[in-house]
Write a protein that binds this ligand. Structure first.
Ligand code: 13P
Length: 319
């Protein structure tokens, strides 16, 4: 396991993990298996790997690509557990496709209602894996059955899906919706308001999927762990909802709350709301996604939480 090296009380984090078998900064009070070795050199971990599992905040990917430059990944396969999208003014690509384009490393996705501390404590959860076969597939190569076996546990149930886009977009956009749910909760509104944000958010997640990815299936969002279930768990107690809640409660900016509250971790919805806002503005599509835009405008513009009901009432009738 590659670990970005940090000093904790004068000691390297990798050294602490390898001696105490605990990630004292990011997953405290949970014992890690002894065969999980923390290594600070990324190339050393990845070179020669059969399967590479990506699990980092998605804004660090570009830097990771630079560090992995030149490695031959033709026989390796990857799974992205990243909950984000690669968005710029020209368009949007899935992070799994971005990884494949940049590294020549064939990549599928794993995403679900998987709050890390609960999974680490072996409390029951489900997840969704989408893994299209690579063009250069060979007999005995990794396929979705093998990945299901690899990740499946008695407490961790893996469902497979053919919809890579739907699985990926659910994981990315629920982070933005969770910030919105946190905002209305922290503002003092009740569970009805929070449920309304979740419902409208789900509709916009589906709309985003089918607008930008023609093969994306609406039912992926409504039946899979990577869709509605991840939205529910994230809006209950994830980092994003906590940041939104605290921002509304204290009046502080989300960027400040993220730093104060998360001890070096990040709320991915902050990066994703900016990226999605840039894309939709550039495409002239802001009116089709009133909730995603309103959450951005509350955090970075001058929209007030009080204005949300009016903004949503003016949104597309189908919502
Ligand atoms: P947060 O990033 O909001 O903590 O959500 C975690 C998650 O993705 C749970 O599935």
């Amino acid at each position: 396991m590659w670990v970005y090296e940090e000093q904790i009380d004068g000691k390297n984090l990798t050294e602490i993990i390898n001696t105490e078998h605990e990630n004292v900064k990011y997953l405290p009070n949970i014992k890690l298996p002894h065969n999980l070795v923390a290594v600070p050199n990324l190339r050393e971990v990845v070179e020669g790997a059969d399967i590479v599992i990506f699990n980092i905040p998605h804004q660090f990917l570009k830097n990771i690509f630079k560090q992995l430059d030149g490695i031959d990944f033709s026989k390796a396969r990857a799974i992205s557990c990243l909950k984000g999208l690669n968005v710029n003014k020209d368009g949007v690509t899935l992070l799994s496709d971005y990884i494949e384009q940049e590294l020549g490393l064939h990549c599928g996705v794993l995403s679900g209602a998987n709050l890390a501390p609960e999974v680490a404590l072996e409390k029951f959860s489900e997840t969704t894996v989408a893994y299209p076969l690579p063009k250069n597939y060979y007999p005995g190569d990794v396929d979705e059955d093998l990945l299901q076996i690899l990740f499946q546990r008695t407490y961790f149930h893996v469902r497979t899906s053919p919809d890579t886009a739907g699985v990926s977009i659910g994981g990315a956009l629920k982070n933005v919706v969770a910030i919105g749910a946190g905002l209305v909760e922290g503002y003092g509104w009740g569970d009805n308001a929070k449920a309304a944000i979740m419902r409208r958010g789900l509709m916009e997640m589906v709309r985003f999927g089918i607008t930008f990815f023609p093969d994306c299936r609406p039912e992926t969002f409504t039946v899979e762990s990577s869709g509605v279930a991840d939205l529910i768990t994230s809006c209950a107690s994830g980092r994003n909802v906590r940041v939104g809640r605290e921002a509304a409660r204290t009046g502080k900016h989300v960027d400040v709350v993220e730093k104060e509250l998360l001890n070096g971790q990040s709320a991915q919805g902050i990066a994703t709301m900016k990226e999605v806002h840039e894309l939709l503005t550039h495409r002239g599509m802001t009116e089709d996604f009133p909730l995603l835009i309103a959450i951005y405008d509350i955090c970075y513009g001058d929209l007030r939480i009080d204005d949300l009901p009016k903004v949503l009432a003016d949104g597309p009738a189908t919502q």
